[in-house]
Design a protein around this ligand. Structure first.
Ligand SMILES: CC(C)(COP(=O)(O)OP(=O)(O)OC[C@H]1O[C@@H](n2cnc3c(N)ncnc32)[C@H](O)[C@@H]1OP(=O)(O)O)[C@@H](O)C(=O)NCCC(=O)NCCS
Length: 168
């Protein structure tokens, strides 16, 4: 059984009509997402409206790592110093089509991405989900869900042990 709201991007999806207000995120879907999947650089997951075959939103996930020194003190203390970099999961992009924004789909898609990341972390270690917000608005969105800023970086993270509490 599929426990997720999303499915992997495939040739049936109507990519070209997707528009979220951020051209970089639209263009990624039109031009690069398929290539990245073929090269195994990232996986792109689609929330599709099956009745209209319209993409409501998408996100991407990849393996990633962050230098130990970027993790805030309270978390770093609990990590072995022998790890100079920490394995993480990158939620590289998250976007909702403008016609569907403000309907809690961003929140739903974020939870879907966290669930996939948590499930995967049971087989492949990952200390946290990392995001790289495009701008201050996106940052506010992630703050809302408990993401913490990494030191000296635009990136933010949410520890996998915090995410675990959502699903167990
Ligand atoms: C940011 C985005 C994913 C949010 O999706 P959405 O479906 O419109 O948001 P939701 O309806 O799920 O909102 C969930 C909560 O986040 C808040 N929120 C939504 N967009 C926000 C934003 N841009 N900044 C701050 N908070 C935001 C909402 O007010 C809501 O809070 P509430 O539950 O207290 O009412 C969407 O607006 C989007 O795709 N924007 C363009 C792309 C982008 O900036 N992506 C960010 C990752 S790089």
């Amino acid at each position: 059984m599929n426990n997720y709201l999303t499915e992997l991007l495939n040739a049936e999806h109507n990519k070209i009509e997707f528009s979220c207000g951020k051209p970089m995120l639209d263009n990624y879907l039109y031009k690069q997402a398929n290539q990245d999947m073929k090269r195994k650089l990232s996986a792109c997951f689609i929330l599709n409206d099956s009745q209209t075959n319209r993409i409501k939103g998408y996100y991407t996930l990849s393996n990633n790592s962050i230098p130990l020194e970027l993790v805030t003190d309270n978390f770093r203390k609990k990590l072995p110093p022998s790890y100079s970099s920490i394995p993480t999961t990158l939620l590289g992009r998250l976007a909702i089509d403008s016609r569907f924004q403000g309907m809690k789909l961003g929140k739903l898609l974020l939870i879907d991405a966290l669930k996939r990341s948590y499930d995967t972390s049971k087989n492949i270690g990952s200390f946290a989900v990392v995001v790289d917000p495009l701008d201050a608005e996106a940052k506010t969105f992630y703050y809302k869900y408990g993401f913490i800023e990494l030191i000296d970086s635009k990136k933010m993270f949410l520890p996998m042990n915090t995410i675990k509490q959502l699903f167990e």
